[in-house]
Design a protein around this ligand. Structure first.
Ligand SMILES: NC(=O)c1ccc[n+]([C@@H]2O[C@H](COP(=O)([O-])OP(=O)(O)OC[C@H]3O[C@@H](n4cnc5c(N)ncnc54)[C@H](O)[C@@H]3O)[C@@H](O)[C@H]2O)c1
Length: 249
């Protein structure tokens, strides 16, 4: 399997890249964090895993196009893309969200996913088909407030996922999303650092999650692998909720 993973230098993208590579995939990772991207590529090389890194800002269409082109150039095809890059919105009362903040979150999370889908589709068609996995969030369905632009971006990703699933179903492209709950990554470590009372916030996350803990990047990677591979051959247009039971409550 030849895979492109955006935002793969850290967090769940990194876990997914390592898991895919351990399963034998050739992985092309794009991220804005060059230091972490290089560290990932070095670690993979030392372990004999096929992961290369290419600087990519997903809000820039030419850079996303170049990332997909790299996979085809290096490996002759593309089988799957995990549109994972995303940023949080600092907790902000909705009436105080500036246009600049809204646009930044939408540009990276929603427009970045659009560019990933747009440029992967022709490559997947040239390959005779393949899969797209988009990283949405439980925020598309369930929220705690103060994250207007983030939730809007993740709801948009769910809609985009369904459109692509329907449009390309007969051309052998399946498109699904994942909806992670609270996962232990850099994003949530930053959220904790910014919180007035980090202990209370961590306790709140546990209390809204029936399994009573944060999920791990590896647990997300396993779900992405399922949706990217033929194990999920009759699955398209869904959002797979991976949230320790949160939205069941
Ligand atoms: N952590 C959670 O609880 C949680 C829950 C639901 C969904 N998500 C989603 O998971 C995805 C991954 O986040 P994470 O939790 O692993 O956080 P993370 O911060 O560890 O990873 C995000 C990665 O995206 C990269 N990135 C940021 N802006 C970028 C850009 N413009 N172009 C390319 N790469 C960029 C970062 O450098 C980083 O490596 C995001 O889309 C996030 O919204 C996270």
């Amino acid at each position: 399997m030849v895979a492109v993973i955006t935002g793969g230098a850290s967090g769940m993208g990194r876990s997914t890249a390592m898991l895919f590579a351990r399963e034998g995939a050739k992985v092309v990772v794009g991220d804005v964090d060059d230091a972490e991207g290089a560290r990932l590529a070095d670690e993979a090389k030392a372990a004999g895993l096929a992961i290369v890194f290419q600087h990519t800002d997903v809000s820039q269409e030419d850079q996303v196009a170049a990332l997909v082109a790299r996979a085809e150039k290096d490996h002759g095809r593309l089988d799957t893309i995990f549109n994972n890059a995303g940023i949080e919105q600092p907790v902000t009362p909705s009436e105080d969200v500036t246009e600049a903040l809204f646009e930044r979150v939408i540009d990276i999370n929603l427009k970045g996913t659009f560019f990933g889908c747009k440029h992967a589709i022709p490559a997947l068609l040239r390959n005779g088909g393949g899969t797209i996995v988009n990283n949405s969030s439980v925020s598309a369905f369930a929220n705690v407030g103060g994250n207007l632009s983030y939730a809007a971006s993740k709801g948009g990703i769910m809609s985009m996922t369904r459109v692509i699933a329907i449009e390309y179903a007969t051309r052998n492209i399946r498109c699904n999303a994942i909806n992670p709950g609270v996962i232990d990554t850099g994003m949530n470590r930053r959220n904790l650092e910014k919180a007035a009372d980090p202990d209370a916030l961590e306790q709140k996350w546990r209390s809204i999650t029936p399994l009573g803990r944060m999920g791990t990047g590896d647990e997300i990677g396993e779900a992405v692998l399922f949706l990217a591979s033929k194990q999920s051959s009759f699955v398209t247009g869904i959002g797979l909720v991976i949230d320790g039971g949160r939205i069941a409550t």
